[in-house]
Design a protein around this ligand. Structure first.
Ligand SMILES: *Cc1c(COP(=O)(O)O)cnc(C)c1O
Length: 484
């Protein structure tokens, strides 16, 4: 009977086909469906089944055909199972970041070290002393969990933590500059990642922005002339994600601090990335550190937890004790505070900085950034044959030199030598672009998506971030690659 239902366009047989689609109850009673209910639960199976039957009805109405094997249990089971697998997988999924940008904001920035993961698990699954002073047996302050470490590592008098660096800047401005003026150089009115713009944060924080100098040159006297009774503080923003070259001038932190203090004003530095390690010593482009800003006289320094620091998303504010105390009293601190998971991860990551010798081994962000070219090339050679095999008939695969970016607001001009697999479509000229897109899509749609980038007519997978521990999973994904 099923085959006689196909390929006929008369209205009568269309309604006959519709009537022949099995009922929900009938499919539910199939043994294979019962097994799916055991695995996924009744409601998810029921909604997947209803969606499948609706799809079948649409198919009949549209094309007047019904698959001949519609009553076959295995066929229904396979379709249901794949629908259930798709809908039951978590929304936030691991991916392979082979884009060449190590701290990729869209891909979750820093990867946590195992010690941080374990600390987070403990904090999540057991009661903990988040706001409890175990020595005194009384109510505690969550910032005291990380304050001594930050004091030790940066020389700061005090520290507090909020949701991210944008929140840190916002909270500090709102606390110290409400209805007053904050003086910033025109060359530092930056936008970071599309949604953080210094002028916008400033106005939302209730401060008036007093811009001084010009885009390329700002001098100490520009600041000096702008100071008035309305001034709340001087602010320096680390222009981390772009560089102005040529005829430029900016005022050194020391000079700004000196000027601010002469007028009894605080001087704040928004460092953005702010690593605690000496990157130049590790062979990386050097980045200013919070401890340097403090030594230069900054009263407050803000920086991110999940950029070069290599920790969880957080905004860290360090500096003068009286100013930090004011910031913590701001009612908005309560709205911007972080949870126990963040403290647990941040504490574990900060502890790694106590042992600088083993930092590049223990902290994934620095391990990836300092990975040797030889090691990256070896990773590329190891997987080249399997990738080439998967792309047979579609593309050629070769190992080529490339350059990785640090990402997350680090200078885009600071590139790290790396190696990538370049996948070049066999078709050249017309049709090449669409093949390239298909290749990119096939990698992206794997169960654990592999993300690279298209450059110069090839799909490139930067091997810097493919570590040995993940190679096995990478290979198993490549084996599932399907190009149509
Ligand atoms: C990245 C950055 C920010 C924002 O930090 P988030 O932690 O992403 O909120 C603010 N200022 C500067 C200079 C930055 O580089």
């Amino acid at each position: 009977m099923p085959s006689s239902l196909s390929n006929s366009a008369s209205p009568n047989s269309t309604s006959a086909m519709l009537a022949a689609i099995p009922s929900v109850d009938r499919v539910l009673n199939m043994a294979a469906t019962q097994a799916l209910i055991t695995e996924y639960g009744r409601n998810p199976v029921l909604s997947a089944l209803r969606a499948l039957l609706t799809e079948l009805r649409d198919q009949v109405t549209r094309s007047h055909t019904l698959p001949a094997d519609i009553f076959s249990e295995p066929v229904i089971n396979i379709r249901l199972q794949s629908a259930l697998q798709r809908t039951s997988r978590p929304s936030l999924r691991p991916v392979f970041n082979l884009t060449g940008t190590v701290l990729h904001t869209n891909l979750g920035r820093a990867q946590m070290p195992d010690v941080a993961v374990q600390a987070v698990i403990n904090a999540m699954t057991r009661p903990c002393n988040l706001e409890y002073d175990l020595d005194g047996g009384s109510r505690g302050d969550r910032d005291s969990l990380i304050e001594p470490l930050l004091q030790e590592l940066t020389g700061a008098e005090a520290a507090t933590v909020v949701n991210n660096n944008a929140a840190a800047v916002f909270l500090a401005l709102n606390t110290l500059g409400l209805r007053k003026e904050v003086i910033v150089s025109r060359g530092e009115l930056v936008e970071i990642g599309g949604s953080f713009r210094v002028p916008d944060i400033m106005s939302r924080a209730g401060c008036r922005l007093k811009e001084v100098g010009t885009t390329n040159r700002t001098h100490l006297k520009d600041f000096a002339e702008a100071i008035s009774v309305k001034t709340a503080m001087l602010l320096k923003v680390h222009t981390s994600n772009y560089a102005i070259q040529g005829f430029t001038a900016s005022v050194a932190e020391k000079d700004l601090a000196g000027l601010a203090h002469k007028h009894g004003l605080p001087f704040m530095v928004d460092l953005g990335s702010g690593t605690l390690a000496d990157l130049a010593k590790l062979g990386l482009p050097s980045e200013p550190t919070p401890q340097e800003s403090l030594a230069n006289g900054a009263d407050l320094v803000t920086f991110s937890g999940d950029k070069l620091l290599g920790g969880p998303q957080a905004g860290i504010i360090i500096g003068r004790k009286d100013l930090i105390a004011k910031i913590k009293k701001n009612p908005l601190k309560r709205a911007l505070r972080v949870d126990k998971m963040t403290y647990a991860a941040l504490d574990a990551v900060l502890r790694l900085y106590r042992d600088p010798e083993r930092l590049t081994q223990n902290l994934p962000t620095l391990r990836l950034l300092t990975r040797s070219l030889t090691e990256i090339e070896t990773a590329a050679k190891d997987v080249l044959p399997i990738v080439a095999l998967a792309l047979t008939g579609h593309a050629t695969v070769a190992i080529k030199p490339c350059q990785s970016q640090i990402g997350s607001g680090s200078l885009p001009v600071n590139l790290l030598p790396s190696a990538c697999l370049t996948i070049t479509p066999l078709i050249r000229g017309k049709g090449e672009g669409s093949v390239l897109k298909k290749i990119e899509q096939a990698f992206r749609q794997l169960p654990v998506p592999i993300l690279g980038r298209i450059t110069d007519g090839a799909y490139c997978l930067d091997m810097r971030c493919l570590e040995d521990k993940n190679t096995h999973e990478f290979v198993s994904q490549i084996k599932q690659l399907r190009l149509t």
